[in-house]
Design a protein around this ligand. Structure first.
Ligand SMILES: Nc1nc2c(ncn2[C@@H]2O[C@H](COP(=O)(O)OP(=O)(O)OP(=O)(O)O)[C@@H](O)[C@H]2O)c(=O)[nH]1
Length: 309
């Protein structure tokens, strides 16, 4: 967003008016007590220098007022910068008015600067602490959002949390409409071994390939999500077990997994399970049953593999 430096500093307008009032008071006091210099006594270089310094200090004060919220840090910075600006203002007046040789004007010209600088320095230290606190909060918020995001970072599919939300919603709808609904699960076999042999990056590629394959093979109304690790789950609305089994069989016939074989010369196989929702079941019950079903399929498959070997 573009900063508009001409915004009126509503939050700090009282302090701005007070500072301008103090400058006006000092100007009136100086012109009453002091003596106006003649044209010959004016030094144009000094005037330009003092004017620029005063203008810049006033600009800093303005920037602080339009950008800072109310609070202790802001007060320190504003008081410090105001004192600094008032001194530069007296220095500028000094170019036109000769002040009487009184202590008070000598102090007014010299004392506010160090006091202002000290206040600004304390304010800046607090500002740093405030900024670190804000940065920590932002980092925590970003971490929270990443943790609670509904998208899986590796495959860009929706994650388990999103799946459960959608499943719960669909079950309510299907209960009303009395239509069948199925869920399917796909799990890569021996994926830990694959990772160990070919590395995590190849493992990530394998997950992405499988995710792409599942997404390509599904219908528009279906939803595929990464459940966890090497497990993907599908929600198939208005679909009975036979139709669901056909869909899963069709998508596993695709060539994408073979690409993985080409790049790593690895054999990638998957185990699947398909279940139709029983109307009495909650989303959690259905998922628990699906998981048990998959584990049973895996055990049978591995037992059969060992038998063959
Ligand atoms: N490359 C990669 N690996 C992951 C990721 N998430 C989990 N894993 C790995 O996936 C593996 C899952 O291990 P298991 O649950 O034992 O699965 P498995 O080795 O396929 O065993 P079975 O399912 O019994 O065949 C673990 O080694 C995890 O480190 C990921 O995002 N990328």
């Amino acid at each position: 967003m573009k900063t508009n430096i001409f915004t009126w500093p509503k939050l700090h307008q009282g302090k701005l008016l007070l500072t301008l009032l103090a400058a006006t008071g000092l100007t009136i006091a100086a012109s009453f007590i002091g003596e106006l210099k003649t044209w010959q006594q004016l030094d144009s270089f000094d005037i330009v220098g003092e004017f620029a310094a005063s203008l810049m200090a006033l600009f800093w004060l303005w920037l602080l007022m339009i950008s800072r919220p109310r609070g202790k840090v802001t007060n320190l910075l504003l008081i410090g910068t105001s004192l600094y600006w008032l001194t530069t203002w007296l220095d500028l007046l000094d170019e036109f008015i000769r002040y009487p040789n009184t202590r008070i004007f000598a102090w007014l010209e010299s004392l506010p600067v160090p006091i202002g600088m000290v206040l600004i320095s304390i304010g800046l230290v607090h500002w740093l602490a405030e900024q670190q606190h804000i940065n920590r909060q932002l980092a925590q918020r970003e971490h929270f959002q990443r943790e609670h995001s509904l998208i899986d970072a590796v495959t860009q599919l929706y994650n388990a949390r999103y799946f459960m939300l959608q499943l719960t919603r669909e079950l309510e709808l299907h209960q009303l409409q009395q239509k069948p609904l199925s869920v399917a699960i796909v799990d890569i076999d021996h994926f830990a071994d694959f990772n160990r042999q070919y590395g995590m990056l190849a493992g990530d590629n394998c997950l992405r390939n499988l995710a792409g394959m599942i997404e390509l093979g599904l219908r528009q109304q279906d939803l595929a999500c990464r459940l966890a690790n090497d497990r993907f789950v599908m929600l198939l609305p208005d679909t009975d077990t036979d139709a669901a089994q056909n869909i899963v069989a069709r998508l596993l016939k695709q060539e994408l997994l073979k690409q993985e074989q080409l790049s790593t010369s690895a054999e990638v196989s998957v185990t699947t399970a398909v279940l139709e929702w029983d109307e009495q079941e909650t989303a959690a019950d259905l998922m628990a049953r699906l998981s048990l079903h998959l584990d049973w399929h895996k055990r049978c498959r591995y037992a059969a593999d060992q038998g063959v070997a």
